[in-house]
Write a new protein. Sequence first.
Length: 279
Amino acid sequence: MRMYNYNGDLVSFDDVKITPNNRAFKYGDSVFETVKVVNGKLIFWEDHYFRLMASMRMLRMKIPLEFTLELLEEEILKTAQVHEGSNNLRARLSISRKDGGFYTPKTNKVDYLIEVQDIDYSIKSTYTIDLYKDFYLYSGLLSTVKSNNKLVNTLASIYAEENDLDNCILLNERKGVVEVTNANIFLVKGNVIKTPALTEGCLKGILRQKVIDILAKNSEYVIEESAITPFEIQKSDEVFITNSIIGIQPVTNYRKKEFSTELGKKVLMSLKVLEVTGK
């Protein structure tokens, strides 16, 4: 039986006490972190924790005194230990404001829910992306928060599925590249590697920063965080995407363009070492 952790109590699916007045359900008034758990170890947990605390502060949620790095790690591991499956897991920690109110909440206190499941993703040898242009993400700090407000990502994912794509590139109101539906994006042209700046509206991804740190240590490459136009994708030698669960997925096709995958694979190997050693 799959178990969930609701405010520290392990409960079955039927016993999760989420009401019709839940603010995550009604207003998307919630933030979350998705953490990779391998053999009982939370990968890059400290980075996830500090991003979560920053997100809660930005959304004016009251952070409980007991919400320490150690306690939340313990609660995630407690949930993972009762999971009947592999030792390679995805844990999602969702935090929402407590029930009540309309747009104005009755309280800024929070509830949390932890769920875990097996990671069934493997790196694909071919990976095709295209632009999603029906709706835009809006640049600004709020877009960097990992919140439950993911309508554009959802619609772009449906578009990708309907058009036999693996993913879609999301654009901002200036028609600049932001990210793909579930990951940050990097473009390689010669020795210059570019990724959208946070001011473009992309998620402040944990793996995004790890990749930037890895590349910054290599004098062979120049890393730039800046505005990127869709035209630059067409001109790139290589494109890859990053998130905490998949690591790095090289992109092989964009419209009629085919990319090499050499650098993405190299950085993925460095990330795997970093996951184990933390260095």
